[in-house]
Write a protein that binds this ligand. Structure first.
Ligand SMILES: C[S@@+](CC[C@H](N)C(=O)[O-])C[C@H]1O[C@@H](n2cnc3c(N)ncnc32)[C@H](O)[C@@H]1O
Length: 185
Protein backbone atom coordinates (compact mmCIF):
# COMPACT_ATOMS: atom_id res chain seq x y z
CA UNK A 1 0.00 0.00 0.00
CA UNK A 2 1.54 3.35 -1.08
CA UNK A 3 1.24 6.13 1.48
CA UNK A 4 -0.28 9.42 0.32
CA UNK A 5 -1.66 12.67 1.67
CA UNK A 6 -4.97 11.86 0.02
CA UNK A 7 -6.74 9.21 2.05
CA UNK A 8 -9.87 7.54 0.68
CA UNK A 9 -11.51 7.47 -2.72
CA UNK A 10 -13.07 10.91 -2.82
CA UNK A 11 -9.90 12.96 -3.19
CA UNK A 12 -8.49 10.62 -5.79
CA UNK A 13 -11.60 10.99 -7.95
CA UNK A 14 -11.65 14.74 -7.40
CA UNK A 15 -8.00 15.22 -8.36
CA UNK A 16 -8.29 12.88 -11.34
CA UNK A 17 -11.40 14.77 -12.50
CA UNK A 18 -9.67 18.14 -12.20
CA UNK A 19 -6.72 16.87 -14.22
CA UNK A 20 -9.02 15.42 -16.91
CA UNK A 21 -10.96 18.69 -17.22
CA UNK A 22 -7.81 20.80 -17.49
CA UNK A 23 -6.15 18.48 -20.02
CA UNK A 24 -2.68 19.64 -18.93
CA UNK A 25 0.44 19.34 -21.05
CA UNK A 26 2.71 19.88 -18.03
CA UNK A 27 2.12 19.13 -14.36
CA UNK A 28 4.67 19.90 -11.66
CA UNK A 29 4.38 18.30 -8.25
CA UNK A 30 6.35 19.46 -5.21
CA UNK A 31 6.50 16.53 -2.76
CA UNK A 32 6.66 13.02 -4.29
CA UNK A 33 6.98 10.82 -1.19
CA UNK A 34 6.31 7.37 -2.75
CA UNK A 35 4.72 8.59 -5.97
CA UNK A 36 1.03 8.05 -5.18
CA UNK A 37 -0.33 11.46 -6.15
CA UNK A 38 2.03 11.70 -9.14
CA UNK A 39 0.72 8.36 -10.40
CA UNK A 40 -2.87 9.42 -9.82
CA UNK A 41 -2.44 12.64 -11.83
CA UNK A 42 -0.35 11.06 -14.57
CA UNK A 43 -3.01 8.39 -15.12
CA UNK A 44 -5.67 11.08 -15.52
CA UNK A 45 -3.49 13.04 -17.98
CA UNK A 46 -3.77 12.60 -21.72
CA UNK A 47 -0.69 13.65 -23.67
CA UNK A 48 1.77 15.47 -21.47
CA UNK A 49 4.37 15.05 -18.77
CA UNK A 50 4.51 15.22 -14.99
CA UNK A 51 7.64 16.32 -13.10
CA UNK A 52 7.76 15.54 -9.39
CA UNK A 53 10.30 16.87 -6.88
CA UNK A 54 11.41 15.48 -3.54
CA UNK A 55 14.58 15.57 -1.46
CA UNK A 56 13.87 11.98 -0.33
CA UNK A 57 15.37 12.65 3.08
CA UNK A 58 14.32 11.12 6.39
CA UNK A 59 13.01 14.38 7.83
CA UNK A 60 11.42 17.53 6.49
CA UNK A 61 14.12 20.17 5.93
CA UNK A 62 12.11 22.85 7.73
CA UNK A 63 10.24 23.08 11.06
CA UNK A 64 8.66 21.02 12.56
CA UNK A 65 11.31 18.65 11.02
CA UNK A 66 8.86 15.74 11.23
CA UNK A 67 9.89 12.35 9.80
CA UNK A 68 8.87 11.76 6.16
CA UNK A 69 7.86 8.58 4.35
CA UNK A 70 9.75 9.74 1.27
CA UNK A 71 11.39 6.84 -0.57
CA UNK A 72 13.06 7.29 -3.97
CA UNK A 73 13.39 3.57 -4.80
CA UNK A 74 9.79 2.94 -3.77
CA UNK A 75 8.59 5.88 -5.88
CA UNK A 76 10.48 4.54 -8.91
CA UNK A 77 9.06 1.05 -8.35
CA UNK A 78 5.51 2.34 -7.95
CA UNK A 79 5.78 4.40 -11.13
CA UNK A 80 7.19 1.43 -13.04
CA UNK A 81 4.46 -0.86 -11.70
CA UNK A 82 1.95 1.53 -13.26
CA UNK A 83 3.96 1.71 -16.52
CA UNK A 84 4.32 5.47 -16.19
CA UNK A 85 8.12 5.79 -16.51
CA UNK A 86 7.78 7.76 -19.76
CA UNK A 87 5.16 10.08 -18.34
CA UNK A 88 6.68 10.90 -14.95
CA UNK A 89 10.13 12.35 -14.23
CA UNK A 90 11.28 12.25 -10.62
CA UNK A 91 13.76 14.95 -9.66
CA UNK A 92 15.68 14.41 -6.43
CA UNK A 93 16.12 18.07 -5.72
CA UNK A 94 14.98 20.86 -3.40
CA UNK A 95 11.43 21.71 -4.47
CA UNK A 96 11.92 25.37 -3.58
CA UNK A 97 14.13 25.72 -6.67
CA UNK A 98 11.86 23.84 -9.08
CA UNK A 99 10.38 27.09 -10.41
CA UNK A 100 13.69 27.76 -12.18
CA UNK A 101 13.14 24.69 -14.39
CA UNK A 102 9.90 25.94 -16.01
CA UNK A 103 8.58 28.97 -17.90
CA UNK A 104 4.91 27.86 -17.79
CA UNK A 105 3.03 24.83 -16.45
CA UNK A 106 -0.66 23.94 -16.55
CA UNK A 107 -1.02 22.44 -13.06
CA UNK A 108 1.14 22.85 -9.96
CA UNK A 109 0.57 20.49 -7.03
CA UNK A 110 2.08 21.66 -3.74
CA UNK A 111 2.39 18.97 -1.07
CA UNK A 112 5.47 19.82 0.98
CA UNK A 113 4.04 19.88 4.50
CA UNK A 114 2.24 23.07 3.56
CA UNK A 115 2.86 25.52 6.33
CA UNK A 116 2.59 29.23 5.87
CA UNK A 117 6.19 30.21 5.04
CA UNK A 118 6.67 27.30 2.60
CA UNK A 119 3.50 28.10 0.71
CA UNK A 120 4.23 31.84 0.59
CA UNK A 121 7.70 31.21 -0.78
CA UNK A 122 6.53 28.68 -3.37
CA UNK A 123 3.54 30.73 -4.54
CA UNK A 124 5.58 33.91 -4.84
CA UNK A 125 7.80 32.14 -7.39
CA UNK A 126 5.06 30.25 -9.24
CA UNK A 127 1.94 32.39 -9.39
CA UNK A 128 2.75 33.88 -12.81
CA UNK A 129 3.84 30.55 -14.26
CA UNK A 130 0.68 28.48 -13.78
CA UNK A 131 -1.86 28.51 -16.63
CA UNK A 132 -4.74 26.60 -15.03
CA UNK A 133 -4.67 25.20 -11.49
CA UNK A 134 -2.66 25.18 -8.30
CA UNK A 135 -3.59 22.30 -6.00
CA UNK A 136 -2.50 22.59 -2.39
CA UNK A 137 -2.76 19.71 0.02
CA UNK A 138 -4.65 20.97 3.08
CA UNK A 139 -6.60 24.11 3.84
CA UNK A 140 -7.89 23.37 7.33
CA UNK A 141 -6.13 23.21 10.69
CA UNK A 142 -6.17 19.64 11.95
CA UNK A 143 -5.28 18.18 15.35
CA UNK A 144 -1.69 17.36 14.39
CA UNK A 145 -1.10 20.90 13.13
CA UNK A 146 -2.62 22.42 16.27
CA UNK A 147 -0.33 20.29 18.44
CA UNK A 148 2.73 21.29 16.39
CA UNK A 149 1.71 24.99 16.39
CA UNK A 150 1.71 24.72 12.64
CA UNK A 151 1.06 28.04 10.87
CA UNK A 152 -1.66 27.44 8.29
CA UNK A 153 -1.40 28.87 4.76
CA UNK A 154 -4.86 30.48 4.49
CA UNK A 155 -3.45 33.98 5.09
CA UNK A 156 -1.12 33.62 2.12
CA UNK A 157 -4.09 32.97 -0.13
CA UNK A 158 -5.62 36.28 0.95
CA UNK A 159 -2.57 38.23 -0.20
CA UNK A 160 -3.21 40.40 -3.27
CA UNK A 161 -0.78 38.55 -5.55
CA UNK A 162 -2.94 35.42 -5.17
CA UNK A 163 -6.38 37.02 -4.70
CA UNK A 164 -5.98 39.13 -7.84
CA UNK A 165 -4.95 36.20 -9.98
CA UNK A 166 -6.78 33.14 -8.64
CA UNK A 167 -10.22 32.01 -7.47
CA UNK A 168 -10.03 29.80 -4.36
CA UNK A 169 -12.06 26.71 -3.43
CA UNK A 170 -11.38 24.67 -0.28
CA UNK A 171 -12.80 21.14 -0.32
CA UNK A 172 -12.96 19.89 3.25
CA UNK A 173 -13.35 16.15 3.65
CA UNK A 174 -13.44 16.02 7.46
CA UNK A 175 -11.51 17.53 10.38
CA UNK A 176 -8.24 16.10 9.08
CA UNK A 177 -8.14 16.33 5.33
CA UNK A 178 -8.76 19.07 2.78
CA UNK A 179 -7.70 20.11 -0.70
CA UNK A 180 -7.34 23.75 -1.72
CA UNK A 181 -7.85 24.54 -5.38
CA UNK A 182 -6.64 27.82 -6.90
CA UNK A 183 -8.06 28.49 -10.35
CA UNK A 184 -6.21 30.95 -12.57
CA UNK A 185 -8.52 33.87 -13.48
C1 LIG B 1 3.17 14.71 2.34
S1 LIG B 1 4.53 14.17 1.43
C2 LIG B 1 3.97 14.15 -0.26
C3 LIG B 1 2.87 13.13 -0.50
C4 LIG B 1 2.59 12.86 -1.98
N1 LIG B 1 2.30 14.09 -2.70
C5 LIG B 1 1.41 11.95 -2.13
O1 LIG B 1 0.29 12.33 -1.76
O2 LIG B 1 1.60 10.84 -2.64
C6 LIG B 1 5.55 15.57 1.44
C7 LIG B 1 6.90 15.34 0.78
O3 LIG B 1 7.55 16.60 0.62
C8 LIG B 1 8.95 16.37 0.65
N2 LIG B 1 9.62 17.66 0.88
C9 LIG B 1 9.45 18.50 1.92
N3 LIG B 1 10.22 19.60 1.76
C10 LIG B 1 10.86 19.46 0.58
C11 LIG B 1 11.78 20.27 -0.15
N4 LIG B 1 12.19 21.44 0.30
N5 LIG B 1 12.21 19.81 -1.35
C12 LIG B 1 11.80 18.61 -1.82
N6 LIG B 1 10.95 17.80 -1.17
C13 LIG B 1 10.49 18.22 0.02
C14 LIG B 1 9.11 15.34 1.75
O4 LIG B 1 10.31 14.62 1.57
C15 LIG B 1 7.86 14.47 1.58
O5 LIG B 1 8.11 13.31 0.86
Amino acid sequence: MITTSYIGKGFKKLIAGLVEICDPKTIVELGTQQGASAILMAKAMGEGHLYTYDLFEKRYPKPPYAPTRADFIMAQKNIAANKLQKKITIRKKDAFWAYKDFKKVDILHIDLCNYNENVRLVLSKWYTKVNKLILLEGGIINKWQREKRFKPFDRVLNMPFIKNNYEKIVIKKDNNYALTILIRK
